[in-house]
Structure formats: C-alpha cells, structure tokens
Design a protein around this ligand. Structure first.
Ligand code: AMP
Length: 255
C-alpha cells in the first residue's frame, strides 16, 4: 500500500500472506492510510500480486537489541557510534544523519523509500531521489508471530511497527552488498529508530528525533556494487518470510 496527500508521501506498508488473510490485511492498510498522524491520505494505491509458495525464501530475523537513550541527541550519537563500529566513515555517517534530519527527498521532504549511499564515496546511488528504493514482499512467518510478540511484550514493546521494521531490516541485511541501515520514522509521534546490519543485528534506539517532527527516512549504506540494479531488484521483489532469530539476544543496553 502506498498513500499520499497533496502528492506527498504519507504512508506505506508491505505484507506477504496467504489468500485467506488478504481481505483483513487490505482493510487494515486502508485504515492506516486514512488515519495517519501526518494526515488522511487523498490517494491510496493498493497492489496485490500472487506468488507461488515455492518462490518464497525463508530466513531468520536479525538478532534484536534495544538502546535506551534520554533524547534524540543521545540517540543520534549512539547511531553514529554503531555505524562507525561497522567501519563506515564518520563523515559519511554524519551526512546520512543530517540527510534524514533535513529531508532526504529531492524536494526536501520525506521519500517513499530508502536512500542508497555508497559507503566508500558517500554518493547517493538511487536514481529517483523522491521515490528511493522500496523494500517489498517480506513478512513474519505466521508460525513465528506469537513467539515474537511474546518476546517483545516481555520488554513492554507492543507497537506493531516494531515487528514491521525488524522484518524490513532483516530483509535488507540479507544482501551482502548492504553494510548497514539507518532508520527513523516520519510519523511525528514515533521517535524510535534503529541501526541494522547483518553483523550486529537490529539495534533499536529509543529516541532518534524530537516529538512533532515529520522528517524521517531510511538510508542503506551499500558497498560499491557491480550490478546495482540486481540489488535493487532483490530488495524490491524477492519474497522472504522471516522466522525467529537464530541467536536469542535480548539485551536492553544503556547509553
Ligand atoms: P516509517 O517507519 O514507515 O515511518 O517509514 C520511515 C521512512 O522509511 C519513510 O519515510 C520512507 O522514506 C522509508 N520507508 C518506509 N517504508 C519503506 C520500505 N518498504 N522500503 C524502503 N524504505 C521505506
């Protein structure tokens, strides 16, 4: 689902599910587009595509950690350090953080998808800097959902966005060309974001922006790749269902 208001991106969502769940999921997506804190959409597109079950790859979610910080300044500092630990140049990280803070779209607002940044040069790689790259065709395996929900509930994490973001980040991290991802929401009421990587897992950070701020987005830090289009195709089109993480890692980390 993709929705917009006055031609500006409002919200999007991706699911990968059985035919019997289609109606309920479609109705939940419409509801979401119409009740978003950034405004009720005036344009909603819902695309449904059928897939053969054997096309669907199965994988485990990234391991999960949560960093408690008092404010977005501490949070961005933490994100900077986590990304530097992956050997990404500090200046490229700083620029990526300020890109999301000021509006990554060509028009200065939020993008529909993610910005791709070359980890060596810091250059933007996506062709369309308003749309970006939208990761799609991924979901949580229904067999794993209740265990994952219980795990999160035990940490008083009940917002369904967490699972969506964890699943998306786990798909992005599947591809070796991606070194890391940085994300925070464009929803003015949702201040939490994350750094994710195959190496260190999904690292949630409780504050990455100020309350009321409508700026947000995603940056994928990628190695210079021989075939960027092939990577974009996998991110957009490869269907993947995620099960419980292989490594049980439930750390709640301080600043
Ligand atoms: P959200 O967490 O849904 O508030 O999304 C935050 C930002 O991430 C959006 O403004 C988009 O720029 C980007 N984004 C949302 N969904 C996707 C997706 N499926 N693939 C890539 N980027 C996305």
């Amino acid at each position: 689902m993709h929705s917009s208001l006055d031609q500006k991106h409002i919200s999007g969502a991706e699911r990968l599910l059985g035919f019997s769940q289609l109606e309920e999921a479609a109705s939940a997506m419409l509801q979401r587009a119409l009740s978003h804190p950034r405004g009720a959409a005036d344009h909603i597109s819902l695309t449904v595509q059928s897939l053969k079950q054997k096309q669907v790859r199965k994988h485990s979610l990234l391991k999960f950690a949560s960093f408690e910080v008092d404010n977005y300044i501490q949070g961005r500092d933490r994100a900077q350090k986590l990304l530097e630990m992956l050997d990404i140049d500090p200046l490229i990280v700083r620029n990526a953080i300020s890109l999301l803070a000021t509006g990554p779209s060509a028009s200065g607002g939020v993008m529909r998808g993610a910005a791709l940044i070359n980890v060596d040069s810091g250059d933007r790689l996506e062709l369309d800097q308003s749309r970006g790259v939208r990761v799609s065709r991924m979901d949580l395996d229904p067999a794993a959902r209740s265990a994952i929900e219980l795990f999160l509930k035990a940490q008083t994490l009940t917002n369904p966005r967490i699972i969506e973001a964890w699943v998306l980040a786990s798909k992005v991290a599947l591809y070796p060309q991606v070194v890391a991802e940085l994300c925070w929401s464009d929803d003015p009421d949702y201040l939490t974001g994350y750094v994710a990587s195959a190496q260190n897992g999904y690292q949630r950070i409780t504050h990455l922006k100020e309350s009321g701020c409508e700026m947000g987005g995603r940056v994928f830090f990628v190695r210079p790749v021989v075939d960027l289009n092939a990577l974009i195709d996998l991110l957009q089109n490869e269907p993947v269902l995620f099960g419980s993480p292989l490594m049980e890692s439930h750390c709640i980390c301080g600043t």
